[in-house]
Design a protein around this ligand. Sequence first.
Ligand SMILES: Cc1cc2nc3c(=O)[nH]c(=O)nc-3n(C[C@H](O)[C@H](O)[C@H](O)COP(=O)(O)OP(=O)(O)OC[C@H]3O[C@@H](n4cnc5c(N)ncnc54)[C@H](O)[C@@H]3O)c2cc1C
Length: 415
Amino acid sequence: MKLHSGNFAWPDTLLHLPEYPALQQNISCDCLIIGGGISGALCAYLLAESGINAALIEKRAIAAGSTLANTGLMQYSNDKTLTSLIHTFGEEPAIRFYKMCREAVGKLLRLSQSLRSEAHFISRNSLYFASSEKDLNLLHEEYETLRKYRFPVEWWERTLIAERFPFEKPGAIYSYGDAEGNPFAFVHGLIEAAASKGVSVFENTEATGFEFRQDGVLCRAGEHAIHAKRIIFATGYESWQFRKERGSHLTASYVMVSEPVEHFDDWFERCLIWETARPYLYMRTTPDNRIMMGGLDESLPGGKLDEARFLHQGDVLLKKLHEMFPEKRQLKAAYSWGAIFGQSRDGLPFIGAHPSYPHCYFLEGYGGNGTVYSMIAAEMITDILTGKARPDMEWFSLTRTAKPSPPAKRTSRKP
Ligand SMILES: Cc1cc2nc3c(=O)[nH]c(=O)nc-3n(C[C@H](O)[C@H](O)[C@H](O)COP(=O)(O)OP(=O)(O)OC[C@H]3O[C@@H](n4cnc5c(N)ncnc54)[C@H](O)[C@@H]3O)c2cc1C
């Protein structure tokens, strides 16, 4: 499956790309991780920290899947608002989930600091503005909900937004405690750290078949085989190869990264910016003073990525940037790309076991907060593998879409 195409910014930020061999012999391990993106890398790191004998295989190169397309915004507010999650799932699970996301942002920041790599993870605040007058009431309701449950947010009127940015918007939530980073460098740093603690890492090694046994799973990888007591599928948007339930849908999403700008005096606190329109536009700044902007999500023609479309969509993103920041209208694009983007229908990631895959766990962080979900999932799965109970994993069940009314049942269940 072609996951993306274009001219990516992240590889130019690393002077040296570590390389790993392809699998050359049969091996065995306690836990095999399939996939070397952010999900697999977080699992590898946490399992290594817990002393579990693990191996990781990646069919491409490390971080060459969707992680390469990731724009590195880490927010606790989700594509689905807290208000709408409360309506769908009930108060307790929805609030607990938002708190988990907030804690996960903090954990990602701390983890990045413990690595040798320059992943530039920085605390940032977020401006979430109403795209039009008609979205204002719902956005204000979301602000009231977040405030009620003690999330650190402010309500900004039109005049305050206009004082702090060169554009006018009807109103916005300004929230504290989000982050930005370089996901590509982060994954390389995590894998390097995990490998140094004993995790065996193989690139260009594809899992092609499985035999489920009493004592674990035999995973075929080309001519070789890996016997693992447990397997973690961290295969991103390609997980549909393995499990067929359709609780998610795939679209195309686009990114444009500008040339460096001279200053950000017209960009309050260099915050993360996004909006209420769906699909939304979002933007951030980078450590080398560029503007990274994404969005324009659209359906996949014929179910596939149109590989040349990122050029046109990059121009559209640049025009939108010029409209919002007229002083920067001379600014040109330096990078642009298009990528497949997955979203779950109910806004939650998929994490957990699957009835057809004994001894296995899946980790699918669908949605704009995929990195945050990967952190939550990697920690949950590591907990389970080290013998800690995580009943809250049930909220993210892979088969939840098959159940008649899962949210109603779950509202009374304590995590
Ligand atoms: C344009 C765009 C912008 C985004 N921006 C953000 C953002 O700002 N913030 C955010 O949180 N999220 C963002 N996301 C989402 C984020 O990129 C994903 O959630 C994240 O990359 C998923 O990581 P992953 O490790 O699960 O998947 P991947 O990075 O795709 O890793 C899965 C890996 O599994 C490998 N694999 C698959 N099948 C096999 C097999 N059979 N054998 C061996 N290996 C296999 C693949 O090659 C791949 O490298 C964005 C996504 C897109 C497309």
